[in-house]
Design a protein around this ligand. Structure first.
Ligand SMILES: [Mn+2]
Length: 281
């Protein structure tokens, strides 16, 4: 099964190459491995309005095929974790926008490893309840930023995490040392999404990777995650902010950590499908 908006059939013809990585081996919680196919299934089920160039338009699953969609989207199917760096390298060399559907958040490291062959020192924008900057334990989804820092794949001084509300002292020290900007939920509520976005964007380098851990969203809206932390973003806030990073600087995005085993009435898989629609619109 392909995502509902698949409207072309090769990487060469595509503007955006979507793919799933059904792998949760970097997590102690199983479940996120089945997310890519569940999100594809959810994408078939609804019709919705999305924003494109500031204009709202109706985004039916079938609009992909009847010409209403401006961008060519190719769903390349599911990729094995061990093939991931090679795959992202080849897509970036073909100059296509990459869209990964996870899987656990550690896969972001594997994806950026491949992208870094073409794009050195990417700016990373992460939406996440967590900092994922643990250094006392390694090689799991909680240490994505530690691995990226060790391999020097990301320019932390030009990167930010938005929506953070659960972190340890060790992670704060690591973030500070690296020069990473943290926009906590408190700061977001105190200021405004607009103000926060302009501060984050001022820091960005030439090329940007956008990583969205779905647990950045309030668990009441997105219960299907492995480590839910109350006090999160509303879906509308996430759509508004995430969309604003879709521009010429963006080389790839991912939507990670949907865990259908923890979900309630498919709320979270539907949210993820809508988020992908917003990004590709
Ligand atoms: Mn997280």
């Amino acid at each position: 099964m392909r995502i509902a908006w698949n409207n072309c059939f090769s990487i060469k013809d595509a503007d955006i190459v979507l793919f799933g990585v059904p792998d949760s081996s970097g997590s102690m919680y199983k479940g996120s491995a089945q997310a890519p196919n569940d999100i594809r299934q959810a994408s078939m089920k609804w019709e919705t309005g999305c924003y494109s160039n500031g204009e709202e338009f109706y985004f039916l699953p079938q609009s992909a095929l009847n010409g209403k969609m401006k961008k060519k989207v190719f769903d390349a199917g599911n990729i094995l974790r061990e093939d991931l760096p090679k795959f992202t390298e080849s897509v970036s060399k073909a100059k296509k926008l990459l869209g990964m559907i996870g899987g656990d958040h550690y896969l972001t490291f594997e994806a950026i490893k491949g992208l870094a062959k073409k794009h050195k020192q990417l700016s990373l924008v992460c939406f996440d309840a967590h900092l994922d900057f643990v250094s006392s334990e390694r090689k799991f989804y909680g240490s994505v930023l530690t691995e990226l820092r060790k391999k020097k794949l990301v320019n932390f001084k030009k990167s930010s995490v938005i929506g953070a509300r659960a972190f340890t002292a060790e992670e704060l020290v690591n973030a500070k040392k690296a020069g990473l900007k943290i926009v906590s939920m408190n700061e977001l509520k105190e200021k405004s999404p607009k103000k926060v976005l302009s501060a984050v964007k001022r820091r960005l380098g030439k090329k940007v990777y956008l990583s969205i851990d779905i647990d950045c969203v309030e668990p009441a809206f997105a219960p299907g995650v492995s480590d839910p932390i109350p006090g999160g973003l509303t879906p509308a806030e996430l759509f508004f902010m995430a969309r604003s990073f879709v521009d010429k600087k963006l080389v790839g995005f991912d939507v990670m950590e949907v865990n259908p085993l923890e979900d309630f009435k498919d709320l979270t898989t539907h949210l993820a499908a809508k988020l992908i629609a917003e990004l590709i619109a």
